[in-house]
Design a protein around this ligand. Sequence first.
Ligand code: GLC
Ligand code: CA
Length: 556
Amino acid sequence: MKKEWWHDKVAYQIYPKSFYDSNGDGIGDLPGILEKLDYLEELGVDILWISPVFRSPMVDNGYDISDYYAIDPMFGTMEDMDRLIAEAKKRNISILMDLVVNHCSSEHPWFQEALKDPDGPYGKYFYIMDGKDGQVPNNWRSYFGGSVWEKLPGYDNKFYFHSFAKEQPDLNWENPKLREEIYQMICWWMNKGLGGFRIDAIMNIKKDLTWADLPADGPDGMADVYKVSQKVHGIGDFLKEMRQRCFDPFDGLGIGEAMFLEEDVVKNFIGEKGYFSSIFAFEPCHAYRKGKNYKEYLWPQPFDDWRKETANNQKMLGDIGFEANIIENHDQPRGSSLFIPKEDYGFYSVTALATIILCQRGLPFLYQGQEIGMCNREWKLEEFNDVETMSQYEICLKEGLSPEQALEICANHSRDNARTPMQWSHEINAGFTGGEPWLPVNENYKEINVEDQEKEYGSVLNFYKRLIRFRKSEEYKEILTYGTYEPRYMDQDHIFAYQRCLESKKLTLICNFSSQPSSVTLASDYENVVFVNYEQTTVIGADLQLRPYEVVVLEN
Ligand code: GLC
Ligand code: CA
């Protein structure tokens, strides 16, 4: 496998609105990130993905961009962004921005022009179609619920297409002019010295141009739009072009938000010269998503499915390429709430989860607050902010749940859980802002915050620092990066285990992911215990004794 600059790095996602507010308006901003760069360097972060900070009406918190060449004043200025890139570079941190090019905002001048003249050049930047006698052109359902079609204001029978909210019209990638605009924009940013981009919702850019109805999959008679991307061919032509034009010349890192890849195409996506450098490993951390609505999601994440999906993914990838491994992001509940039953939450469970993820093959991708064990918050309905959560709440009610049940389900699964302000200290508002935070802080900030954990040797934060140092240590870096991955003890309840091998070196991770003691019989002698979350590993005969949520990494 050809070695790339980013293979042995550790990445971290920032949701800027909730990271750190420098000016007291209650909203995190770029100068706030600048202030925390030393913290991130100290943690061991090499790559920083910043969720969108472009000019936006913020219907979907910046995933609706109205000017790709401007920073939203809410976050600061272009000078702040330039300074952030430069200051990060000094600390050997590469910045990835968020590339949202499946759609833009309905306030983008392109769309405004399209509204004025749907048949003109900008009309062709979007998908504007005639309806069927004033009815929508087909039965596809958008990700956030409701039809993907919205009536073009001022017309009786013209509709535009949106995979997400109606304020996020999809861009027409079939139009070479549009693609050209996008490529120029990406290169403009890359020339500023970015390390690359995380690429949003990219599997949606290829549409089924027959626009044929899909078999209904719900009582509304509609079918989920993601099924279209699973069915159509030809997306590779766009992606290859984008890579060659925008990423290759800069040796840039492109991390795709792509999922449900089949074995035969993985190579095209993330193999050598693949469309992306890497994609997120969603399958293992979406194992709870058994249906399309929160209502059908399981809670918490079923251990067996998580373990199985991880093994499948790792096997499918082999040494073709690397996925980016996560337990959470801004679209998910908190990993430490999702993976760990509530009554088991604590130092050992949180650090066990961390170790399992960070020792896997792939690029470890932390999400802000994960490193201190931030978890879900208790919600009142009126406190939610997220568009998706609102629509999911309505769906629950429509399907006959009581308001209490609907609230409970949304409280578990809402994306707002990941978006509560970062907990910097035990001061008011968790030290996130001197003003009124845009979203409520989690009340547990007095126990869970950076400042206190920095001072406490045995904290989750200091564990993460040690874990990252272990991952990047001269001795184990090669094997943890390039070593093969073999699942182990798959038939033993609640044991998450795997072996990494590189040449004659072998590391075995064994974790008892449960609140009950357990043990496994070691297959061979080991030389060293190289990483643990408890003191003193106990082996009796060939049996490794494991306390609740104990994880050990052995060198064989
Ligand atoms: C991606 C983003 C999500 C956003 C959606 C539409 O899934 O991660 O936050 O709502 O795309 O841009
Ligand atoms: Ca601010």
